[in-house]
Design a protein around this ligand. Structure first.
Ligand code: NAD
Length: 230
């Protein structure tokens, strides 16, 4: 069985990282900052200091958070299932990695807070300080985050994996931000079983829906997957 799992902000909510929406009961990130002020290339050109400060704060918040049972269960499944399972995360935190998820089975389609790249020469620096001058002398280090209007990373690899998948699972994602929101349609088209795990169903496009907090529903899903694998 080939499995693609898409994770969103909901999987990190119980680790204390706020989601992007106000209706989850927490101080949603985008209620405090307008997207156009911090997460677009235009915003960056207009006020890079504001954007750097915003992502520095997010990096610090992510560093304070710990992986929860959902990240840990997925990491265990990835160890056992190897290349039969790919986790595609929209999250820019590193909680999947810190739960022990093997890098070969994880795609950060919207980038990573831990990384920065130079606006002039493009070099990527792990842990590079946002706004620091690059060693090339021509640019500064910007967050390695895919902003609205930019192309998500590794789309070819993700689409190939979905085309070959028997099972597509979306965990803790509202399904409002494309192209990730369209992955389920592709999975349905190729006849994969499509399942969503969320606090409440988001749409009617999944063949099955499991409601509850990710820290409970994901370990249960992983138990079923590993039982079926044995
Ligand atoms: P979201 O905030 O839109 O949705 C979170 C979902 O998680 C909701 O459907 C909610 O019901 C669910 N949820 C909350 N707590 C949960 C829990 N404990 N267990 C299970 N589910 C839970 O987040 P999203 O869908 O990941 O957002 C899509 C993407 O949009 C984001 O990952 C982000 O990359 C992107 N985005 C990016 C920027 C940017 O800076 N480039 C800005 C805004 C959004």
């Amino acid at each position: 069985m080939r499995i693609v799992i898409l994770t969103g902000a909901g999987i990190s909510a119980e680790s204390g990282i706020p989601t992007f929406r106000t209706d989850d009961g927490g101080p949603a990130l985008w209620a405090q900052h307008r997207i156009e002020d911090v997460a677009t290339p235009e915003a960056y050109r207009r006020d890079p200091d504001l954007v750097h400060a915003f992502y520095r704060a997010r990096r610090e918040a992510a560093a304070r958070a710990e992986p929860n049972a959902a990240h840990i269960a997925l990491a265990e499944a990835a160890e056992v299932l190897g290349e039969r399972m790919l986790v595609v995360t929209q999250n820019v935190d590193d909680l999947h990695e810190r739960a022990g998820h093997p890098a070969s089975g994880l795609v950060h389609m919207h980038g990573r807070l831990a990384s920065a790249f130079c606006t002039a020469c493009g070099v990527r620096i792990e842990g590079g300080g946002f706004g620091d001058a690059c060693a090339c002398g021509r640019g500064v280090l910007r967050p390695d985050i895919v902003w609205f209007g930019e192309m998500p990373y590794e789309m070819d690899r993700i689409e190939r994996a979905i085309l070959a998948a028997d099972l597509f699972v979306a965990i803790g994602t509202s399904g409002e931000v494309y192209p990730a929101a369209g992955f389920v349609d592709l999975a349905n088209e190729v006849g994969a079983k499509t399942v969503e795990l969320n606090l409440a169903p988001t749409s009617g496009v999944f063949r099955a829906s499991v409601t509850g907090p990710a820290s409970e529903t994901v370990p249960a899903l992983v138990r079923d997957l590993l039982d079926a694998h044995r």
